[in-house]
Write a protein that binds this ligand. Structure first.
Ligand code: ATP
Ligand code: RIB
Length: 291
């Protein structure tokens, strides 16, 4: 069984601020650092650091060669990463003194997937293999439909959520790993229980992992619910907490752990990631996690 993560590769420009800049305001940041990022890249690294074998499908411009090199150093298979004309995707990230962030994305190469390119990637995978997706690349609907027709199991982190994503045939997704904002957008409900009741009745064949930041996580499948609280930590930078959680949860499930064990492992990994700056660099390796 193989995992292909078709997802974004970004250069993250991270600005430390006391408070986020407001509309019409100009602000001097306290520091700026450049990190490797992108939900796709972060999740491939999290899968790998959790011990899984992973293939990454992605697009970079010539300025993003270091992102591919990082994935290679981590042991991710990069055969399906191509270089295209134009710039690599990037993110402008403000991190405030509470470790919270706000992110502005430029899609760049991440938005230049072609259906032919996707067909080439998926041709190397078979029924029963897994495809992991986020929502930072184009042709998401094509990938979902094609992967489903090939019998691949689709794991979707619908982030960042937008109206386009809501129009896709989401019953084809095996497991959603989503936060409260994404859950609310998909259901028009606010409370976690209500979000999950709506999702499980809308998509009875799918599993849901609803992450709730410092409040933890709830798993739902049909009538079943499993809740795990977050660990108590002092956040430095929550960027990539969700990505760390996704990679660790999926890796644990693939290794045959129970859902509860996978939730606990992912919770511990995500808690460590929020105590560290940056996206990819904040993701722990398995040996650092004590549960
Ligand atoms: P992000 O977009 O910041 O990467 P997200 O919004 O996708 O994250 P969250 O629900 O905020 O996802 O966080 C995912 C998981 O990370 C949570 O379920 C929790 O286990 C852990 N986590 C996030 N924030 C905290 C925190 N402040 N303290 C402890 N654990 C946290
Ligand atoms: O989830 C964190 C990621 O979101 C960052 O690395 C940034 O690139 C954006 O894609």
């Amino acid at each position: 069984m193989k995992i292909i993560n078709i997802g974004s590769l970004n250069i993250d420009y991270v600005y430390q601020v006391d408070d986020f800049v407001a509309g019409g305001e100009t602000k001097l940041s306290e520091a700026m650092k450049i990190f490797s990022g992108g939900k796709g890249l972060n999740q491939s690294i999290a899968l790998r650091r959790a011990g899984a074998e992973v293939y990454h499908g992605g697009l970079i411009g010539s300025d993003g060669a270091f992102l591919k090199e990082l994935l290679q150093q981590e042991g991710v298979n990069t055969d399906f990463i191509s270089t295209v004309e134009g710039s690599t995707g990037h993110a402008i990230i403000q991190v405030n003194n509470h470790g919270e962030n706000c992110i502005l994305l430029f899609g760049g190469a991440n938005q230049l997937f072609t259906t032919e390119g996707i067909d080439t990637i998926l041709a190397s995978f078979n029924k029963g293999d897994y495809v992991l997706l986020q929502n930072e690349i184009n042709h998401m609907d094509y990938i979902i439909n094609k992967a489903y027709d090939l019998g691949l199991k689709i794991i979707l982190n619908p982030s960042p959520i937008n109206d386009k994503l809501k129009s896709y045939l989401l019953y084809k997704v095996s497991t959603f790993i989503l936060n409260e904002v994404e859950g609310s957008a998909l259901t028009d409900r606010e409370e976690p229980e209500s979000i999950l009741n709506e999702l499980t009745s809308k998509y009875p064949n799918s599993e849901f992992v609803l992450t709730l930041g410092s409040k933890g996580v709830i798993y739902a499948h049909q009538e079943e619910r499993i809740a795990v609280p977050a660990q108590k930590v002092t956040p430095v930078d929550t960027t990539a907490a969700g990505d760390t959680f996704t990679g660790y949860y999926l890796s644990a499930i693939l290794m045959g752990k129970t859902v509860k064990e996978a939730l606990e492992l992912a919770t511990a990994a995500a808690a460590l990631s929020v105590t560290r700056p940056g996206a990819a660099p904040s993701i722990p390796v398995l040996s650092e996690i004590l549960i």
